[in-house]
Write a protein that binds this ligand. Structure first.
Ligand code: PMP
Ligand code: GLN
Length: 378
């Protein structure tokens, strides 16, 4: 078989979760909570099923869910997306990203990604027949370097993908950075794909800076998010896309032949649950406490903590412990120390300035404590 993706194997998340299971390691690798979401949300979905909402919803998603998302985005970011023409419910953010790229990017185009970046972006670009132009984030702060982005722009640049709060580094864009991006893109017709799946995980009184909150950027943006992160239900695979109608029309042409639509009862359950904002408004406090617990536990160890402004990931350097490359170190950590992590190299094509790995702290306190007991001994 001539592969469409010759350089792609099985994702690191699948590989590390399997290795963790095999060795009975505490799994701080793949990003998912080891605790349940709110029973009220499960009840809302169960009620929808029992009430007979079990057939296809509209191709674009359940209207009540699109309406609640429209109202939420207006309240949080001051931009109103028309729920009829500008919002679509997807099978998670991964499908949303691939569909957006297939719909909007043409063979031979270039798409700028900021590395390190989530591992689905580059394969999605390649499946569209386009070329990923990898622009490194600043090697020590992991903040966007706009001079480098400017230098990467070409007449072939069709789109740019950004991600804030950022997986894996935990950086959160500032309003100034968003403005710099808007200034940079103003003379171009480059589209922006903004991956905001960790939108409700920002710490130390930071605000999530959404592309939707900047009118000029919103006009050229596809904004992607996922309910799995926000409501502790990563296995549900329900996400959302918001974009101006002209872009959304193209998105839906592909979406209808990709998944057509997404399961009905979960959409109805999410729509009724989202009537109250508390679940997502409380999320920063909830996760900031876990972040602080995990950071405090590692503070006396030989790991060096990188900043964590958002997401549920904590990156650390380990050069005081080992000179193994990061993937080998993660395997060793899983097999011999009993804690699984994700190597930074999974997110980038060029070696990191410092060997770095990512831990997920979306775990019960007892799970974090069990991991810390092992990690502080190193
Ligand atoms: N983007 C980023 C940055 C992510 O971390 C993830 C989840 N790991 C996704 C997209 C995919 O989200 P979903 O599970 O909803 O497909
Ligand atoms: N987004 C999750 C992470 O970064 C994993 C998702 C997946 O397994 N594909 O860990």
């Amino acid at each position: 078989v001539v592969s469409r993706l010759p350089n792609v194997g099985t994702t690191i998340f699948t590989v590390m979760s399997a290795l963790a299971q095999q060795h009975g390691a505490v799994n701080l690798g793949q990003g998912f909570p080891d605790f349940e979401g709110d029973p009220a949300l499960v009840d809302a979905v169960t009620s929808a099923m029992k009430a007979g909402h079990n057939q296809y919803p509209p191709m674009t998603g359940v209207p009540a869910l699109r309406e609640v998302l429209s109202a939420k985005t207006l309240a949080l970011h001051g931009h109103r997306y028309d729920p009829v023409t500008e919002i679509t419910i997807t099978a998670g953010a991964t499908q949303a990203l691939l569909t957006a790229i297939l719909a909007l990017v043409h063979p031979g185009d270039e798409v700028i990604v900021l590395e390190p970046c989530y591992d689905s972006y580059v394969p999605a670009i390649e499946l569209a027949g386009a070329r990923a132009v990898r622009v490194p984030l600043n090697g020590t702060t992991f903040r966007p370097d706009f001079d480098r982005v400017r230098a990467a722009l070409s007449p072939r640049t069709r789109a740019m993908i950004i991600n804030t709060p950022h997986n894996p580094t935990g950086t959160v864009w500032t309003a100034e950075e968003r403005q710099m991006l808007a200034d940079l893109l103003r003379p171009t017709d480059v589209l922006l794909i903004s991956d905001e799946v960790y939108e409700h995980m920002v710490y130390d009184d930071r605000q999530h800076i959404s592309a939707s909150g900047h009118p000029e950027l919103a006009a050229r943006s596809v904004v992607v998010s996922s309910f799995g992160k926000t409501f502790h239900v990563t296995g549900w695979k329900v996400g959302q896309v918001m974009a101006p109608a002209a872009l959304m029309t193209e998105f839906r042409k592909v979406h209808q032949f990709n998944v057509f639509t997404v399961n009905t009862p979960m959409q109805i359950g999410l729509a009724s649950y989202l009537q109250q904002p508390e679940p997502y408004l409380n999320l920063p406090t909830f996760y900031q406490r876990k972040r602080d617990l995990f950071r405090a536990g590692l503070a006396g160890s030989r790991f060096e903590l990188l900043p964590c402004e958002g997401t549920y990931f904590q990156c650390v350097s380990y050069d005081a412990i080992s000179d193994m490359p990061d993937e080998a170190f993660c395997r060793w950590l899983t097999e011999h120390v009993g804690v699984a992590a994700i190597p930074m190299s999974a997110f980038q094509s060029t070696p990191a300035e410092r060997a770095t790995i990512r831990f997920c702290f979306a775990k019960q306190d007892a799970t974090l404590q069990a991991a810390l007991e092992r990690l502080v001994k190193l």
